[in-house]
Design a protein around this ligand. Structure first.
Ligand SMILES: [Zn+2]
Ligand SMILES: [Zn+2]
Length: 578
């Protein structure tokens, strides 16, 4: 199934290129500059990628439930009938009918809107918008197709018509095709689907149909295109972060549900229409009525070099995703999940780069870290290259940042040197731990020195251990950890080395937490989180090596290790940066 998408992708991209070229003609219906923006198109396609990649995992849920219901209660499961052309057409119309109600629920029930919103966040309307799909649709979407399972549409036929319905909707996402007469009143078409994507008052909650727009005419939700469409959502995303795009509305619902006082309202926020507020929240934070002139285009400017970098990264990511989807069906669930995390991290980094929250070198560090993690799991080759590469790139990033003219919040040459020292010894430790043969003690010693550098770094401009409570708790955690390991450590050299190590990393975490309490800014807090994640990573190594094998040990150890290093590196030098 995933392979179908790999075959379809070049066709999608070719059609996107053609639409772009077409939009650049002098007399285009909507000219090039308004039809496409690089950052918007990358963001939309990234969300399509995430949807496909996470779909490898979540499809198991929806298809599993469908198949189970089909197996238990199918009324007319005659495969011979459903395989005929009229059987397939009937299944397709049935699917399109269910889709209409799923889509309608996606716009009028906040919980379903939280999943569907991703498709609507783009402020452009072009073929790349069509690929912009949610990653959480499989959570509840299956509910609406249960009638098909009960009727007896076999899972295979269901999968085929679902794909046809989805692929049909690709071409309607364009401004280059005008009105099509009778077609606009029977089928979903560019004109009536533009209306669906618009935030203009007369267009809200209209034209839900997937293939047939007849459903809308039947159930009173049809409107023709009249005034020019303004695209997007009424609560704009204002971000290129593809993970946040998926989480944004869910998070808003969690916050509202938490903040409102009445228990009934805590539940109601999830099922009321999007934007609904309980009385107490509406009184405290009233939302102003929506008007079209409050819409502004989110477009953080990119230099030509940054555009090239983003474009190139995007092409590489596409290649990686195609490779992943090609083998996805033969991977174990755990390996598929690891691949999904690695690709999500890469897409996230690219989005953050386009909104100037990550540097180009940081993006490369994250990609090398993702490759190294999959390499350590034996899923990708060149582990012996990618693992040292991640830390080497981090060192180059820190050095380059120290010398970049616009570096804000930098606190001098000493902290930079200390940070580079920590990273160099981490790199040495990485190399010792990945070599064949037993270099555990030299590896441990290297990381011990790295942590000493980190302690000195976190001491800059701070007292020793500003939070005594944190010191006590972290040391207690270290002591418990050590006591747990004690029986399994065996020889005294190892016992001594591990004792020293536990001591140093606990002090490192305690100093980072103390620094965060004293500075009380977000960056310092993230550094403290990084230090704690570092402790977690090392605890995993110890438990896995000395106590009991941890399932997917390499994955968890490297995931936490790189998260820790990146959190510290990104946040430590710039306390002023938001
Ligand atoms: Zn919609
Ligand atoms: Zn659409």
């Amino acid at each position: 199934m995933s392979k179908v998408i790999v075959f379809a992708t070049p066709v999608f991209l070719l059609l996107i290129a053609l639409e772009f070229a077409w939009s650049r003609r002098a007399n285009a219906r909507v000219p090039g500059a308004r039809a496409y923006r690089l950052n918007d198109a990358i963001n939309s396609i990234s969300l399509g990628i995430l949807s496909q990649v996470s779909g490898v995992l979540t499809k198991v849920l929806s298809i599993g439930i469908y198949t189970a219901v089909f197996g238990a209660v199918a009324l007319y499961p005659d495969l011979e009938f459903w395989k005929t052309w009229y059987g397939v057409v009937l299944a397709l119309v049935f699917y399109d009918f269910c889709y209409y109600w799923l889509h309608r629920a996606g716009h009028v029930v906040a919980l379903f809107w939280a999943a569907h919103v991703v498709h609507h966040q783009s402020q452009h309307y072009n073929l790349s918008t069509a690929l912009r799909q949610t990653s959480s649709g499989h959570l509840f979407g299956w509910i609406f197709y249960i009638p098909m399972a009960i009727a007896g549409v076999p899972p295979l036929i269901f999968g085929i018509v679902a794909l046809i319905d989805l692929l049909y909707q690709f071409w309607v996402h364009t401004e280059q095709v005008g009105k099509l007469g009778w077609f606009d009143r029977v089928f979903c078409s560019p004109s009536n689907h533009r209306v669906h994507h618009a935030v203009n008052d007369p267009y809200i909650d209209k034209n839900y149909g997937g293939i047939l727009v007849l459903w809308d005419r039947l159930f009173g939700t049809f409107t023709e295109e009249q005034e020019p469409c303004v695209y997007g959502t009424r609560g704009p995303l204002n971000s290129w972060d593809p993970l946040w795009a998926n989480a944004d509305v869910y998070w808003g619902l969690v916050k509202d549900s938490w903040a409102t006082r009445r228990w009934a309202d805590k539940l109601r926020v999830w099922f009321k229409p999007p934007g609904w507020q309980p009385a107490d929240l509406a009184a405290a934070h009233p939302k102003p009525a929506f008007t079209l002139d409050q819409v502004h285009t989110y477009d953080p400017p990119l230099t030509r070099g940054q555009q090239w970098f983003a474009g190139l990264q995007f092409v590489l990511a596409l290649g990686a995703v195609a490779g992943y989807l090609w083998v996805a069906d033969s991977l174990s669930f755990a390996d598929a999940a690891a691949g999904c995390v690695a690709l999500s991290a890469a897409m996230w980094a690219l989005g953050r780069f386009m909104q100037h929250r990550l540097g180009a070198l940081e993006v490369l560090v994250m990609e090398a870290a993702a490759l190294a993690t999959l390499g350590a799991m034996g899923l990708l080759p060149y582990y012996l290259v990618t693992k040292p590469l991640a830390m080497a790139l981090a060192i180059i990033f820190v050095a380059a940042r120290a010398y970049s003219p616009g570096a804000s919040g930098l606190f001098g040459i000493t902290p930079t040197a200390l940070l580079i020292g920590a990273l160099v010894f981490s790199l040495v430790g990485d190399v010792f731990l990945m070599l064949p043969g037993n270099y555990f003690i030299p590896g441990l010693a290297s990381f011990l020195v790295a942590h000493l550098f980190y302690i000195a770094l976190f001491r800059q401009g701070q007292a020793w251990f500003p939070s005594r409570t944190a010191l006590v708790y972290v040391l207690a955690f270290g002591a418990v950890m050590y006591a747990t390991l004690w029986g399994s450590l065996g020889d005294p050299v190892l016992k001594g080395a591990v004792a020293a190590y536990v001591c140093v990393i606990s002090l490192m975490a305690a100093q980072a937490i103390g620094r965060a309490t004293a500075q009380s800014d977000a960056a310092a807090r993230w550094v403290a989180v990084g230090a704690c994640v570092f402790m977690l990573s090392d605890s995993l190594i110890a438990v896995n090596k000395f106590l009991t094998p941890v399932p997917l040990a390499s994955f968890w150890i490297l995931l936490t290790y790189y998260a820790a290093q990146l959190l510290i590196v990104h946040n430590v030098q710039s306390p002023q940066r938001h």
